[in-house]
Ligand binder design. Structure first.
Ligand SMILES: Nc1ncnc2c1ncn2[C@@H]1O[C@H](COP(=O)(O)OP(=O)(O)OP(=O)(O)O)[C@@H](O)[C@H]1O
Ligand code: SF4
Ligand SMILES: [Mg+2]
Length: 357
């Protein structure tokens, strides 16, 4: 976006005058380039084999996460964010399946692992934090049992050591009286505390990568900010890589170093978060930014991207965004745009070059 966006776009919940980690200070970018990435997704395609037709939910999705890097994936509902996350952990259930592509993690292609091999990665090497804490927590088991189960499943550790590690991890996620909470059931905790417990379970095995799919959407707005800050602090202090999935560009700008924008199962823009926020090229990314509440004048209706995300059965030819795009030209209706690189950003739009000013 020429000229950048006003700082309040990035300041979701904090006062930029008081908080140096807020928008007035640029998002910390520490590109970590290694010979082998922590995770590398290559040309991933995911399909759902429905009775009448095969629906393609992800098309040619490729991205990397470096060790300790925080990557955001953003897009409207139905963009394919969760399908991408679930594919990494081989959690796509029938009728869905990975139809092509590779997912490299720790030198192995995860798409080729057996169910048993994959269960050694899941929760141990890669943990997932879901939107609703009750999707992860078992209501009839104590917090302590659930935390130590995760440890015993993956590590050779005594009961006492496991308990100690669980209590320490509860303290790390700022759960008050962790030793007492250890013996409590999920219903005895507030929603925010339950999500902290889920984060503690994700962290307890010290995995190099956490995938968080809308981790705060089910929570109260005030708690959302706290949980996000906690996740960022924990990832930074322990060098854990993070894939954060959200529909909120404001969260992406606060929390991540690199961002991917998805639309109708494809990546349409990817780059350093700071560059995307300050100078997005894709009209869809612009639409998402304009739709942020902070960009709407008081008393006015929220800006919206006109139209809706297409269903998988009716994705338009050419650029899938063309029916909604304010910059559409004839070429867009017939020809899929390929990626063009501008600095840290790659963008799939026929008219991206028009936005280089
Ligand atoms: N089990 C399924 N069977 C058929 N289609 C599915 C299935 N799961 C997801 N889809 C379709 O795949 C597409 C991508 O879904 P996905 O859940 O990844 O979207 P999302 O970006 O995570 O959206 P949200 O923000 O609402 O969570 C959608 O069109 C969705 O309808
Ligand atoms: S390719 Fe065309 S329709 Fe698609 S985003 Fe770019 S200008 Fe719009
Ligand atoms: Mg989702």
């Amino acid at each position: 976006m020429p000229g950048g966006v006003p700082c309040e776009v990035r300041c979701r919940h904090r006062d930029p005058q008081r908080d140096r980690s807020c928008a007035t200070a640029p998002v910390r970018i520490q590109r970590r380039h290694s010979i082998v990435s922590l995770l590398e997704v290559k040309n991933l395609e995911v399909r759902f084999a429905m009775r009448r037709q095969e629906l393609i939910a992800l098309r040619d999705v490729s991205f990397k996460v470096e060790k300790g890097e925080r990557l955001g994936i953003v897009g409207e509902s139905g963009a394919g964010k969760s399908v991408a996350a679930f594919s990494i952990l081989n959690l796509i259930s029938k009728p869905g399946y990975i139809s092509s592509g590779e997912i490299f993690f720790g030198g192995k292609d995860l798409t080729k692992l057996t169910a048993r091999e994959m269960s050694q990665i899941r929760g141990n090497q890669i943990s997932m934090v879901f939107q609703d804490p009750m999707m992860t927590l078992n209501p009839v088991l104590t917090i302590g049992t659930q935390m130590t189960e995760a440890l015993h499943a993956h590590q050779d550790i005594s009961r006492e050591e496991a308990k100690q590690r669980a209590i320490e991890t509860l303290a790390r996620v700022h759960i008050p009286s962790p030793a007492t909470r250890f013996d409590q059931y999920p219903h005895e905790l507030s929603g925010g505390m339950r999500q902290r417990v889920v984060i503690a379970i994700a962290l307890i095995t010290k995995p190099p990568l956490i995938i968080a799919d809308e981790p705060t959407t089910a929570l109260d707005v005030t708690i959302q900010a706290e949980i996000m800050e906690l996740m960022m602090e924990l990832c930074e202090s322990s060098g854990v890589g993070l894939i954060l999935i959200t529909h909120d560009l404001g969260v992406i700008s606060q929390m991540t170093e690199r961002a991917i924008v998805m639309y109708a199962g494809r990546i349409v823009e990817e780059g350093d978060t700071r560059d995307i926020i300050n100078h997005a090229y894709h009209p869809y990314t612009h639409g998402l930014m304009d739709a942020l509440p902070q960009k709407t004048k008081p008393g006015r209706r929220l800006n919206q991207i006109k139209g809706v995300m297409p269903a998988l059965s009716s994705i338009p030819d050419g650029c899938a965004f063309n029916p909604r795009c304010p910059l559409v030209i004839d070429l867009c209706r017939t020809t899929l745009p390929q990626f063009t690189v501008f600095g840290s950003t790659r963008v799939a739009c026929h008219r991206a070059a028009a936005r280089t000013d």
